[in-house]
Write a protein that binds this ligand. Sequence first.
Ligand code: T3D
Length: 265
Amino acid sequence: MAQDEETVQATLAGGVLELVLNRPDRLNAFNDDMHLALRAQFERAHADEAVRVVLLTGAGRGFCAGQDLGDRDPRKGGPTPDLGATLEIFYNPLIRLIRSLEKPVVCAVNGAAAGAGANLALACDIVLAAKSARFIQAFSRIGLTLDAGGSWSLARILGEPRAKGLALTAEPLDADTAAQWGLIWKAVEDAALMDEARALAAKFAAGPTRGLGLTKRNIQAAATNSLDAQLDLERDSQREAGHTADYAEGVTAFLEKRAPVFKGK
Ligand code: T3D
């Protein structure tokens, strides 16, 4: 079995690339193999037209517990690890790949999402979480600071008071509260999580892929654009969307009073 199939299970069916973080006995904490495997899958999502949506979740009772601390054991001796290198080599490229993918990324948080694992989830476009799931900015418990885009996501989404509260206290945030605060899209019953996430992913996979991708890109661009720049971007994007076969199909289907059949073209 290939390395990436062991630590990240990947299946592509019906336009949905489903990725399952697969180190359940470590609550899917990242080791180097899992970093490389997950990155390879997001690179594939960029390159492969057959991928129209990504669905990310975790095996077992956790979503992802961040970096594997067993690989950071100071008791083993040796030089102090360069944690900046981990970010430069692994987390930062991964977060950039997710944010720059002009296709929806759905995240189904099935259990604890801690440290970089929490911020991996927050980098995704639509986050569903099981009601039993918890988001834990665990960094301060071990003397670290936010990473994997957490300081950016939390401050932007929640504002300083709640971002600082979560980060400085490392208190777990339950899924219902995360949804109420607007940190995630929805909290759902545990038993319904994967059905709901897969239904959503299937809907996106049958959607107008370019239009969805432009929508994602432009909403993200709004954070740093002026209104003028954003209006120009909307004009250019709508021009591009208007040339797609999916737009022609959408309008035709409306006029023919039937459901559209989008091809992602
Ligand atoms: O290069 C760099 O290191 C820089 C990058 C840093 C990024 C980071 O993510 S730093 C933050 C690392 N993550 C954490 O600090 C979270 C550590 N985990 C926890 O705090 C807890 O496990 C949870 C709150 C997530 C869940 O608690 P609980 O009680 O439900 O489960 P547990 O019993 O703690 O964990 C179950 C097993 O998973 C356990 O192993 P065992 O005793 O059954 O053999 C535990 O040791 C293991 N585990 C959980 N998280 C990690 C882990 N093993 C290695 N690394 C982990 N991060």
